[in-house]
Design a binder for this molecule. Structure first.
Ligand SMILES: [Zn+2]
Length: 272
């Protein structure tokens, strides 16, 4: 092995750097949240007409998908369209489902296949070009239940209130309980009864000013994220490479010292 200790160190550092670069690119590709704040500054023209925030609707859907649906599916319960949390009652659901995140900087419109660099431009495109596809005739704004579902916890741009407003908290608790009853009527069987109870614990208990109770106390979707898998694989690869290099390095030292011994021995023989 012709590698010196210095060269090995440099090689090892380069490896670490490439792994770090890959990790940062992965994390930026999986979380489009960085674009959220800029997206909120988009045109409010249509929002004013529609009176429904796309961003808050999206946040509400995210919470439903993560902290409610896994439990509803487990009970094999079918939510009726009378329930405000039913996908049909989300004004933006169809458009959101026609959003394709092709690459880090590529968002495609599922209706006309036009591509955009950022999600906010696609949102704008939906507002301008596919406005007619929004069913605005009924009050189907999922953002209206954002207070009940604790949307502020997933909207990182929203400032966290430090003071509790008893009136607003009371309203949210009342709306929360009526949501539980309309989505999971207790007279519809044991599954509905269990889900009603679950909904109260998961979302409604935290609407109190006395503190202590936290939302989503029952947990959420359990899945191994792709990011976690990628990190684990990279760390394992790095470890394997490190051991190979150490092995070769130590073998190189051993050989080097043996070679030196050989040279010095032959030198002594020649002299004698
Ligand atoms: Zn389009």
């Amino acid at each position: 092995m012709g590698l010196t200790r210095k060269q090995l160190t440099i090689l090892f550092l380069c490896l670490c750097f490439t792994v770090f670069l890959q990790l940062t690119s992965v994390s930026s590709s999986t979380s489009p949240q960085g674009q959220k704040e800029t997206a909120s500054s988009r045109s409010f023209e249509h929002e004013k007409e529609v009176h429904c925030s796309r961003e808050r609707s999206r946040a509400a859907w995210k919470i439903i998908d993560e902290y409610l649906m896994p439990f509803v599916e487990k009970e094999r319960y079918k939510i009726s369209s009378r329930c405000r949390l039913h996908p049909e009652n989300d004004l933006y659901r169809d458009q959101e489902q026609h959003k394709m995140h092709v690459d880090i900087n590529e968002w495609r419109c599922g209706y006309c296949k036009k591509t955009f660099y950022e999600e906010k431009y696609l949102d704008k495109h939906f507002d301008n070009r596919h406005y007619d596809l929004l069913n605005v005739s009924h009050s189907k704004c999922l953002a209206d239940v954002c207070g009940v579902l604790h949307c502020d916890l997933v909207l990182d741009s929203a400032p966290h209130k430090t003071k509790c407003n008893p009136a607003a908290t009371g309203r949210n608790k009342h709306l929360c309980e009526s949501l539980a009853d309309s989505c999971f009527p207790v007279n519809e069987g044991t599954s509905a009864l269990r889900l009603n109870e679950f909904f109260l614990r998961q979302f409604c208990d935290a609407h109190t000013c006395s503190g202590g109770r936290k939302p989503f106390s029952k947990g959420g979707k359990k899945e191994t994220s792709t990011l976690y898998v990628i990190i684990s694989v990279l760390v394992l690869m790095l470890l394997a490479l490190f051991y190979i290099f150490m092995y070769l390095y130590l073998r190189g030292i051993k050989r080097g010292s043996q070679g030196l011994k050989h040279i010095s021995k032959s030198g002594q023989k020649k002299r004698s």
